[in-house]
Design a protein around this ligand. Sequence first.
Ligand code: HSE
Length: 309
Amino acid sequence: MIKIYAPASIGNVGVGFDILGAAITPINGDLLGDCITIKRSEKFQLFNKGAFSNQLPENHKQNIAWKCWSKFCNVVKKNIPVSILLEKNLPIGSGLGSSACSVVATLVAINEIFNSPLNSKELLLLMGEVEGEISGSIHYDNVAPSYFGGLQLILEDTHIISQTIPNFKNWLWIVAWPGIKLSTAEARKILPKKYTKDVCVKNSRYLAGFIHASYTQQSDLAARSMKDFIAEPYRSKLLPNFFENKKQVKKLGAISCGISGSGPTIFAISDNIKIAKKISLWLEQNYLQNKTGFVYICYIDTKGVRKIG
Ligand code: HSE
């Protein structure tokens, strides 16, 4: 029996739509991600538990774990029945890479049980494919960080899909999920099909600035570079009072604030724990829409998917 954990992630990281993703882990030691326990079995079996398992489809053929298993069997041309326990600790449609967590943990667990027929690149490609079917189009900015950990830069290269880039060790990432659902597919549909040259150039400059600042460890420049011209102008209206919350969080001292993935989670950054706690409290009192919502102060999770238990 194997138990695998995959961490939550912040897609886009503000400035890198479909290009940057960061894996995160709460500083209080909580697990913010999904777990898969797997063993060989007579026939395929799937059990769900965890705080958000009530959001999973009843028909197990619609469950991500089943999709992963059936795809994996097709790819390796082998059918090994397994029994899977999915611990759904992340809310679905939260903007924290919830589906990616399930995909990454499940495919890594299945690969282990099948004696590792796929290498890491083949596994990542498969993760992107499954994630693409769920969210409407292939993007790696949640699966790659959840798999490798750290801050990932998604490339447009036939050989290398994603690379780890340096992050700022003293940055605290405050994530606030308001307790409401937003489908990634819907949040992608509302984006324009085309952007003007002006926006493309600006976006490239800010993203290049962020990458440069990361490599040269210029924290202020990196934080100032985290501007989103691609998604935030269109998605902000889907989030509760996004701009007002962003303004207040910045007033409290956040060096950056943006939408996590496709939302409705927002993230804020501070390198000072006292400020991070103030931001966290403010978001708890103002951004959460119901009792299921949560706020966590996180570090970058540098380990990515791992065996636990
Ligand atoms: N890059 C993706 C998007 C992330 O913004 O649609 C989804 O979590």
